[in-house]
Ligand binder design. Structure first.
Ligand code: ADP
Ligand code: MG
Length: 149
């Protein structure tokens, strides 16, 4: 598959989650990805963007934006990097524990990271308190050699 990428920057508000997701799925749709894999990526991506919107910016002093870079790599991998500049995660392994949420009062199920891990091949979380969080989601995609698959 030919290498390609898009980068988008959004203001971290709920209204922007859907347009951001639409932009990325439209980009991947043009790259001839199988529908089931596209749906998996869309689900994982939604969780990562929602987390940056819901959790990163409790403190209004912080630089509030989310950068999302989506790359198709030559070795048939999709790699999406979701970067925020918010409060960061103190204990990453606790945050990634199924059903853990720091906001149980707000109808959070604590399953975001678990969903990301089950729909993607690799989920890497890098976070620095008061500097922000970077999530890298990677998925190997099936080749489409001919126009019939
Ligand atoms: P939920 O979003 O339902 O709380 P998740 O599994 O998606 O559950 O995330 C677990 C926890 O990790 C969150 O409750 C939050 O404390 C922390 N977290 C996740 N993403 C971020 C982020 N981008 N910035 C700061 N904290 C985060
Ligand atoms: Mg979540």
């Amino acid at each position: 598959m030919e290498e390609n990428y898009i980068k988008i920057e959004i203001k971290p508000i709920i209204e922007n989650i859907s347009p951001a997701r639409l932009c990325i799925t439209s980009f991947l749709g043009n790259m001839d990805i199988h529908l089931d894999e596209l749906m998996d990526i869309k689900t994982a991506l939604s969780e990562a963007i929602t987390n940056a919107v819901d959790h990163a910016y409790d403190n209004p002093q912080l630089l509030d934006k989310i950068d999302i870079e989506t790359r198709i790599l030559r070795d048939d991998k999709v790699k999406i990097t979701i970067k925020d500049y918010g409060k960061g995660i103190e204990d990453i392994s606790l945050a990634m524990t199924p059903a853990y949420t720091s906001k149980p009062e707000n109808e959070h199920a604590g399953m975001g990271f678990t969903i990301m891990e089950s729909f993607m091949d690799e989920v890497i979380v890098d976070s620095v308190v008061n500097k922000g969080t970077t999530i890298v989601l990677t998925k190997n995609i099936r080749k489409r050699k001919t126009n019939k698959s």
